[in-house]
Design a binder for this molecule. Structure first.
Ligand code: PMP
Length: 371
């Protein structure tokens, strides 16, 4: 049998495993930060209508520049992000993973480096590798916040071309304040003052769940700052694959140098437009999930676990001598959570009240067993 490593693959991919959480058939799945609520029926019907219209024109390529969709995304961001943006400042792709890939293809690549502050979203490192960009792991403090002094020093020393700031951060749930972003932005531009500076990507995949306002207004007057977003979480549309960014119009022009022509199918554009028509209903689910997230934090602490402050739709809890063992014991009770490989910690996604109750019952039982 031919193995991957028998093939003439690139050296940096040898011996590596693909990204992916286990997709197990378990009654309660709280492991991939999905939204637990299916789309409401009126929206499902509206998607069917818009996709039907799109189907009548499937013999043609889609709108390559996704102008209508970018206009509606800009309207959504302007309404909820605390900052007015136009369609020229917005770009969309198949999930924010593709947004990140396009950014790294444009601003990273061979001979260039990207830095992130770990533990953080592991795809930042993996997509860097996939695009031939060198990866640098920057520090976090014991409580998983970014230590500005240490981060600025790492940027000054390594002079990265791309800086990732994940806020709220996956898997810890930690939000980053605007002053930290500004300090890292300045440091990154200073370190690369001999060239056109460095790109700073604020990954706000979980932005809508935060207690704090969006960092979107920071793009004003900072052409090297990008905010990336997704419809996978707050919009409850992980299956849709729609991510987007907001930045200076020049960044939007730049990523078009690498995007595949017609990358965003007509069906995707039609579905996303239908979902955006139902924004207000979907954001009501976000409010429920925020309340459930806060309940998980409170109850986990009451049970006796350590919990990291969360601004996302998930909660990091611990500490465990062996997180993989506890992960398995929770799974044995029919609840799937995530072991992100952060020693001593696990992550649970906020589900429906019933799912969260099932999870809390399981970990309450475990705590009793251990004491
Ligand atoms: N950024 C972060 C921080 C994430 O956690 C995720 C999904 N887990 C993504 C980006 C990618 O999301 P998507 O490609 O579904 O938009």
């Amino acid at each position: 049998m031919t193995r991957i490593d028998d093939l003439p693959i690139r050296d940096e991919l040898r011996g590596k495993s693909p990204y992916g959480a286990p997709q197990l058939d378990v009654p309660v799945r709280l492991n991939t930060n999905e939204n637990p609520y299916p789309l409401p029926e009126p929206l499902v019907r509206r998607i069917a209508e818009r996709v039907t219209e799109a189907a009548r024109r499937l013999n043609r390529y889609p709108d390559r520049d996704a102008v209508e969709l970018r206009t509606e995304l800009a309207r959504y961001l302007s309404r909820t992000g605390g900052h007015e943006v136009t369609k020229d400042q917005v770009w969309a792709a198949n999930g924010s993973n593709e947004i990140i890939q396009q950014l790294l293809q444009t601003f990273g690549g061979p001979g260039r480096t990207a830095i992130g502050f770990e533990p953080s979203y592991s795809m930042h490192a993996l997509i860097s590798r996939g695009t031939g960009t060198g990866w640098l792991s920057g520090p976090r403090t014991e409580d998983f916040t970014i230590d500005v002094g240490a981060a600025v020093a790492a940027i000054a020393e390594h002079r990265p071309d791309v800086v990732f700031i994940c806020s709220p951060n996956n898997p810890t749930g930690t939000a980053v304040d605007a002053d930290t972003v500004l300090a890292l932005y300045e440091a990154a531009q200073t370190a690369k003052a001999d060239s056109a500076g460095a790109l700073v990507v604020v990954d706000e995949a979980y932005g809508e769940f935060s207690h704090r306002p969006s960092l979107l207004p920071l793009i004003e007057g900072r052409p090297n700052l990008v905010v990336s977003r997704t419809m996978s979480k707050a919009f409850g549309a992980a299956g849709l694959r729609l991510g987007y960014l907001a930045a200076d119009p020049a960044v939007v022009d730049a990523v078009q140098l690498v995007r595949l022509p017609y990358h965003l199918s007509s069906v995707t554009q039609a579905t996303a437009l239908a979902a955006l028509e139902h924004t207000d209903t979907l954001l009501k689910y976000v409010e429920q999930l925020k309340a459930e997230r806060d309940r998980l934090v409170t109850e986990l602490r009451a049970i006796g676990y350590e919990v990291t402050e969360s601004d996302a739709n998930f909660v990091q809890f611990g500490r465990f001598r062996s997180a993989p063992e506890v992960w398995q014991k929770i799974l044995d009770r029919g609840v799937l959570v995530r072991d992100n490989g952060v020693p001593g910690w696990l992550r649970v996604t906020a589900g429906t009240p019933a799912e969260n109750d099932a999870f809390l019952d399981a970990v309450r039982e475990l705590k009793k067993e251990q004491s």
